[in-house]
Design a protein around this ligand. Structure first.
Ligand code: AMP
Ligand code: MG
Length: 330
């Protein structure tokens, strides 16, 4: 009898595993490749819905698509906002403040001048940068009664936060379909829902910024976003100098902070995305000060001089053949 009960239990476990069937959906949105994997019986329909909201988010939040709600706002210098634009403004503005402006959503015209938000990649004249910088600045935004006013000569850009926000929205959507296990990769930004179907933690690789096909290590995560900002992700070279897409709001030029990449691990995708950009701009010392002061997230910093610094809670494991030295920071 006992044997039969044992066999039955085993059978139940096995069929339970088989039920957690794997479903995948890959598509292009937000200027990048979305690769969504979800498990379980509702996963397929949940992923269909996820593709649909990804397209909607793209159509609302893109600063370069002339059909988007954000584009229209930038054209008119502001106006009434609703839906995701409103929600994202509500999330982004306090982060502009708390990061001391390292994260600044008003840099669109500068990003365009460098050719990173449409147009041709080029090094703008110092005078052009100075003029555009003068018009930009998150403190100049007013946002009251569902109405935003954008400073003259500036434009809003959600490029540093929109993918993380999308990851968050997709994760919540999948959960509403009773999906318990999913891994979302939005152009390398990862958001995981629950644990792996076998109950273990997800392992998320962190790219080696000097050689993107390799990883510098990985972090173990559940119900979290793992978002990396790096100089290696988008850049061009001119006269032997490399210009990348993360701008220092103080200079209007690519941030030179001594970091190659910053990974943030946080429960919320939008927060992780905004902070990955902000801490990249801040550089090692200020980034770690920000972490100590604010908490609520973990981080892995990779420096230009070959070091990986991870907070203890990041649960980082260096790659076996890594050239970086590794230390845990407290
Ligand atoms: P990420 O890859 O998340 O670090 O975001 C980089 C993108 O955000 C750029 O391509 C710009 O569109 C925008 N961006 C660049 N610098 C900043 C900044 N300091 N604060 C906010 N957004 C920025
Ligand atoms: Mg970001």
């Amino acid at each position: 009898m006992k044997k039969i009960a044992g066999l039955l239990a085993l059978l139940l476990v096995l069929t339970g595993c088989a039920q957690a069937s794997k479903h995948q959906k890959d598509f292009f949105a937000m200027d990048t490749f979305f690769e969504l994997t979800a498990y379980g019986e509702h996963a397929q329909e949940a992923l269909e819905a996820a593709e649909a909201i990804s397209m909607e988010l793209d159509a609302e939040l893109s600063a370069v698509n002339p059909e988007s709600a954000l584009y229209a706002l930038n054209e008119t210098g502001g106006g009434p906002v609703e839906g995701d634009c409103a929600e994202l403004l509500g999330i982004a503005l306090p982060l502009c403040e708390s990061t001391g402006g390292a994260f600044d959503i008003t840099l669109l015209r500068l990003s365009q001048a460098w050719g990173f938000s449409g147009g041709e990649e080029r090094v703008p004249e110092a005078s052009e940068v100075a003029a555009l910088l003068n018009s930009a600045g998150w403190e100049k935004i007013s946002y009251e009664n569902h109405t935003v006013s954008i400073p003259e000569g500036a434009g809003l850009d959600f490029g540093a936060i929109a993918k993380g926000y999308a990851g968050q929205k997709i994760s919540e959507l999948l959960a509403s379909y009773r999906v318990e296990s999913a891994m979302l990769s939005l152009g390398g930004n990862v958001q995981v829902l629950g644990r792996k179907p076998d109950g273990s933690l997800w392992n998320v690789g962190i790219a080696d910024p000097s050689d993107e096909v390799r990883i510098a290590g990985s972090v173990a995560a559940e119900n979290a976003a793992v978002v990396t900002s790096g100089a290696y992700k988008r850049y061009f070279e001119q006269n032997g100098v490399r210009y990348h897409h993360i701008l220092d709001p103080e200079t209007g030029a690519p941030a030179e902070s001594g970091l190659l990449s910053v990974t943030i691990i946080a429960e919320n995708g939008a927060l992780a995305d905004a902070l990955s950009t902000a801490l990249f701009v801040m550089g090692e010392e200020k980034a770690l000060d920000y972490w100590r002061e604010h908490g609520g997230f973990e981080t892995v910093l990779i420096t230009e001089d070959g070091r990986v610094l991870a907070t203890e809670g990041a649960a980082f494991t260096p790659a076996e053949e890594s050239d970086y030295s590794y230390s845990v920071v407290g």
